[in-house]
Every structure is written in structure tokens, then in C-alpha cells.
Design a protein around this ligand. Structure first.
Ligand SMILES: NCc1[nH]cc(CCC(=O)O)c1CC(=O)O
Length: 320
């Protein structure tokens, strides 16, 4: 007998799409049926009421309700967007698998097919991310960066409604919703650095569930695990909070024992009235993929020595 596995998922279109993909992959690999268990997170509730995410503790709110459902035994495993996962793994849970990563890039969805380089002077570009805002300003200091929030469909809708001329989004999210055809420009990840973990999924379950950990291991992709280990070590050593303007991107050779190159950027947090591009520091470091975490920590140390600490300001986690 192969009993049904219960997969805790958020209700949003992106979460449902991601959970559905993983559920199918688990069933394909193991023959075990997977049932989706819908969980409403505090983040989803407050999004509906329009409360600012920054006031309630950032992206961790999307993750916590799923984790509580696992710890309470209401579900067996959960799928998270890795970039939304706080860098500390809680007691009792395990990051059982990191599947092969989707395209890591950020993309532009602009009216009239515009690319970033040919958007009109002063065009309004929407993003809620300090990382995207800073890199937009570095490349096009003449644009007006407008704070927008909401799920992927909501943000793309702001272009159609004329509230903004363009928005910046993750390729991965847009693609998983079947809307990548609406992207009008694709940012080179070496120039416009994605968020640490962007495009990757995290599959989490209870740490003592050895049988399930073995099942989920069939979805593991070692080069992606190494890449996200480097990117997350960078974030952790920077003590960057989830609203810090930090980009990190590790490229890993396809072979086991391959070479890993990690690029990082930390930018100044600037308000809408700031003139000119923000200050920023940038560095890259290569080494064996097996030493991913050390490379991430070392790159962070170099960025801090270049002044990253002062740039992050209040977005740096000063405790815990
Ligand atoms: N910030 C929310 C979020 N979390 C994960 C994704 C997309 C999927 C991914 O990056 O893995 C998105 C949307 C976006 O940033 O455009």
C-alpha cells in the first residue's frame, strides 16, 4: 500500500502552480498519490487588507503558516519559493530537497513592448523590491521607481491599467503562471542580480520523517543546492533582512565538483526623491561548488569591507 502524501500549499495562483508541479514530480518518481492541503497564511490575509508587508515582518509570513501545519502534523511536506525562505532552518524541520532551478532572471513587462533601455525618460516602473529599485536606478537613473505590491497577476495588471509603464518580476513566477510571453525584456543576471534563491523551490518536511526525506531526495538537484547554499550564506553573513537591497547569483558547472562563481551586490536604500543612482558595492568570487557556503560567507566579508554595512542601513538585521 502506498498511502497519500499531504502537501501544504498557499492558495495563491503561484503557490498552487508550484505545489502542483512538485506534487506531480513526486507521484511520477514514487507512484505515491499527493493531496494538496490549502493553508491560509497571515501574509495572504493582510495582502487582502492592503497592510504593508514591511510592517508585519516581511516574507517570512508566507512561510510560517505552512511550517506550523507541518509541525502540527496537518500536512507532510510543503513547497516554498526559496527566495522567500528565511536563512535559518527551524528546529524540527528539514530542507529535504531543492529541485532544479528555473531561469533565475528578472524580467520587464512594459507597455508597447519596451525594453529597459528604450523606456521613455521619466517612465514609471513598478516594483516593491529595494533590490530591483536600486538596480533599476543604477541602469536608468532617469526613471521613476514606483512602489507596488501584490501578487504577480496584480502587478502585471498595473501595466495594463496604466498605473505604471512597466513592472519588474521574476521570470520564474511569470513562467509558472504561463505568462512569460508577456515579458518584454530579460535582464542579464550578471548585470541585474536576482534575489538569492530566486527561481528555486524549497521542499520542506519534518526532520524526523526519514522515509519521506528519502522519497523527496529523488527531486534533489545538486548544482542548484550548491548555488542556493552560496547565495544564502552571502545573505546570512551580510545579516541582510528580507527588505535589504541585496542581489546574489551563483552559477555552477553542471558536473558534480564543478566550479561555482558567486556574484553579489549591495546597494544604498534611497527614497523616491533621491537624485542620481544609489551608491553600491559589487564583487564576485569563484571556487569549488563543494565549498559553496564558505564562498558565500567570504564574498559577504569582502562586500562588508567595501562598505555594505552602511549601505544596508536599517535593513540590516542587527539581532537574532
Ligand atoms: N516576491 C514574491 C515572489 N516569490 C517568488 C516569486 C517568483 C518565483 C521565484 O523567484 O522563485 C515571487 C514573485 C516575483 O518576485 O516576481
Amino acid at each position: 500500500m502506498t498511502s497519500t502524501l499531504r502537501l501544504a500549499t498557499r492558495r495563491s495562483a503561484l503557490a498552487t502552480a508550484q505545489s502542483g508541479m512538485v506534487a506531480e514530480a513526486v507521484t511520477r518518481a514514487t507512484g505515491r498519490p499527493v493531496e494538496l492541503v490549502e493553508i491560509t497564511t497571515y501574509g495572504d490575509t493582510t495582502q487582502a487588507t492592503g497592510e504593508l508587508m514591511s510592517q508585519i515582518g516581511g516574507t517570512g509570513v508566507f512561510v510560517n503558516a505552512l511550517r506550523e501545519a507541518l509541525l502540527a502534523g496537518e500536512a507532510d511536506f510543503a513547497v516554498h519559493s526559496l527566495k522567500d525562505l528565511p536563512t535559518a532552518e527551524p528546529a524540527g524541520l528539514a530542507l529535504a530537497a531543492v529541485p532544479e532551478r528555473e531561469d533565475v532572471r528578472d524580467v520587464l513587462v512594459a507597455r508597447d513592448g519596451h525594453k529597459l533601455a528604450d523606456l521613455p525618460h521619466g517612465a514609471r516602473v513598478g516594483t516593491g523590491s529595494t533590490r530591483r529599485a536600486a538596480q533599476l536606478r543604477l541602469l536608468r537613473p532617469d526613471l521613476e521607481v514606483v512602489a507596488v505590491r501584490g501578487n504577480v497577476d496584480t502587478r502585471v495588471g498595473f501595466v495594463a491599467s496604466g498605473r505604471v509603464d512597466a513592472v519588474v518580476l521574476a521570470y520564474a513566477g511569470l513562467n509558472r503562471l504561463g505568462r512569460i510571453g508577456e515579458a518584454t525584456d530579460f535582464f542579464d543576471p550578471a548585470e541585474f542580480l536576482p534575489a538569492p534563491g530566486q527561481g528555486a523551490l524549497a521542499i520542506e518536511c519534518r526532520a524526523q520523517d526519514a522515509e519521506l526525506i528519502e522519497i523527496l531526495a529523488t527531486l534533489e538537484h545538486a548544482p542548484t543546492r550548491a548555488a542556493i547554499a552560496a547565495e544564502r550564506a552571502l545573505l546570512a553573513t551580510l545579516e541582510a533582512g528580507c527588505s535589504a537591497p541585496v542581489g546574489g547569483y551563483a552559477l555552477v558547472g553542471p558536473e558534480d565538483g564543478g566550479e561555482l562563481t558567486l556574484s553579489g551586490v549591495v546597494a544604498e536604500v534611497v527614497g523616491p526623491d533621491h537624485a542620481g543612482p544609489p551608491a553600491s558595492v559589487r564583487a564576485a568570487l569563484s571556487g569549488p561548488a563543494a565549498q559553496a557556503a564558505r564562498i558565500g560567507a567570504e564574498l559577504a566579508t569582502r562586500l562588508l569591507a567595501q562598505g555594505a554595512d552602511a549601505l544596508m542601513g536599517a535593513t540590516r538585521r542587527t539581532s537574532a
